[in-house]
Structures are given as structure tokens and as C-alpha cells.
Ligand binder design. Structure first.
Ligand SMILES: [Zn+2]
Length: 272
């Protein structure tokens, strides 16, 4: 059985066929999906969806949504974490973090706003005793700095694509590293090297659906221009992504399933 530790199943990309995607996901052996919120407006929808589908969820404000986020949104997050503290399906604060890639988020003002929301949400995770799900994009060192200043009980560095040294620093702080579709590209040499060199005990699997399509769903700019839409990723792809990891490491896919599922439960204890 598989656990997809990061999928945005509430995204509009799934509006037309969400029930069917859910069926395909379970048929593929993915028994649980972690659905992280991205802003206060979808707190209720991720919770409702997780309950309806037998999945789990996280509540947080994603760095991409910090430019328009307000203190009121943080108050809403605090309130929701309190209100649902006994909900076994609420497993983390997330998706939170820092994005050092998107230019509009990296003006001095926007970066300060990202930092402010990151720190405030680490404090909430600390107060509520919850792990965090981190968005890491060209921001690993700054995220680590924040975690050292405001320690939390651990969590997941999602779509990890940093150095071995950064990976080890996250592991030392009680984190697991999320790997997904990016691993399926032959040219992802550095990421593949990392996925092989890390102890399997540090790895959790994720799809980040509907984003980060594995190579078998990816359409090139040329194909898109000719009218083929970009392939939509789904949690049902997780076992095939895991097979790539198993092949890279030269181990059985059954071992990958058992160990990464146990890792997910260690990172997000309420998954038990
Ligand atoms: Zn995400």
C-alpha cells in the first residue's frame, strides 16, 4: 500500500472527474493522500474532501499566496487548527515555506512578506504541536534557518531538490524528503544521485498532482503548440514513480512501498 504525501486533489483540474480519479488512485494501491491547503479560502474544502474520500489534510498558507495574504488569514489558520485539533485527519501545518524562484516573490517587499508568513506559521505549528509540510524552491538554507530559530516536531520537505548537505540538515531536524515525478526524467542526474545516496529511511513519495507530471505524461512545448494539453498528474501515478526509485536503487518495489509508507507515518504521526 502506498501513501501520496502531497497532492492537491481539491484543485480545479480535478473538478470534472474527481470521483473517478479517487477510484483509480485506490485501484492503484494508494491508500492515503495528504491534501495540503494553499490559502485560507480552501481550508474548508481540503478538510471536507479529505473526510469524504478517507484521505488526510494539512492547513497552511503557501508562499505563492503570501502577497495577498493578511493577518486575518493567520488568525483564521490559528482558529482552524484549534477548532479541528482532535480531527485525526488533520496531520500537519502546510503547505508553507519560501519560494526563491518566482521573480515577483523575490522583490525585497515580497520576500519579507514570505518570511513573515513562514515564521508565523512555524510558530503556529509549534504551538499546536503539529509537523509542517514545506515548499522548498531555491530556499533550503533560508528554510533551515527558520526551523533552527523556531523548531517544530518535524515534517516533510516537499519536492526536495537541494544538495546532500541540505538534505542532511533537514534530516537532522526530524524531516523526511519528498520525491516524485521529477525523479522520472533521465536528465535529472543530480536529483537521481541524491535519491540513491540518501538512506531510504529519509524518503517519502509524493506526486504533487496535478503538477510535476512524470515523463510519461509530459508534453513538450512543441506538442502543446500542436494542441496536446499538458498531462495532468494524479496520485494513481505514485506506484510507477516508486518503480523508478526502486530501479535506481536496485531494490524491490515492495521494499520501497513498506519503507516509504512507514517514513510517511513517522513524519506525520497522525497518519497512524
Ligand atoms: Zn504543493
Amino acid at each position: 500500500m502506498w501513501i501520496d504525501t502531497h497532492c492537491h486533489l481539491d484543485a480545479p483540474e480535478f473538478d470534472a472527474d474527481r470521483a473517478q480519479v479517487h477510484e483509480q488512485t485506490r485501484a492503484a494501491g494508494v491508500s492515503q493522500c495528504v491534501i495540503p491547503a494553499v490559502h485560507a479560502a480552501n481550508f474548508a474544502s481540503v478538510r471536507t474532501l479529505a473526510h469524504a474520500q478517507g484521505d488526510v489534510y494539512a492547513l497552511g498558507i503557501h508562499p505563492l499566496y503570501t502577497p495577498e495574504a493578511t493577518a486575518e488569514d493567520l488568525a483564521q489558520l490559528d482558529h482552524a487548527l484549534q477548532e479541528h485539533r482532535d480531527d485525526p485527519r488533520l496531520v500537519a501545518v502546510g503547505e508553507i515555506g519560501l519560494d526563491g524562484f518566482v521573480p515577483s516573490l523575490n522583490t525585497p517587499q515580497a520576500w519579507a512578506q514570505q518570511q513573515q508568513f513562514y515564521t508565523a506559521q512555524l510558530r503556529l505549528a509549534q504551538q499546536h504541536g503539529l509537523p509542517v509540510i514545506l515548499h522548498v524552491r531555491r530556499s533550503a538554507d533560508q528554510l533551515l534557518k527558520g526551523l533552527r530559530a523556531t523548531p517544530v516536531v518535524g515534517g516533510i520537505a516537499h519536492a526536495f531538490n537541494g544538495s546532500m548537505q541540505q538534505a542532511q540538515a533537514f534530516i537532522a531536524l526530524g524531516f523526511k524528503l519528498g520525491f516524485g515525478g521529477a525523479l522520472t526524467y533521465d536528465r535529472a542526474l543530480q536529483l537521481r544521485r541524491l535519491a540513491v545516496a540518501l538512506p531510504l529511511s529519509a524518503i517519502v513519495l509524493e506526486t504533487d498532482a496535478p503538477d510535476i507530471p512524470p515523463h510519461w505524461l509530459y508534453t513538450t512545448a512543441e506538442q502543446r503548440q500542436a494542441g496536446t494539453p499538458q498531462g495532468r498528474n494524479s496520485p494513481a501515478e505514485l506506484p510507477r514513480i516508486a518503480q523508478v526509485l526502486a530501479d535506481l536503487r536496485g531494490i524491490s518495489v515492495a521494499e520501497v512501498a513498506a519503507v516509504t509508507s512507514a517514513n510517511a507515518r513517522a513524519a506525520l504521526p497522525r497518519l497512524q
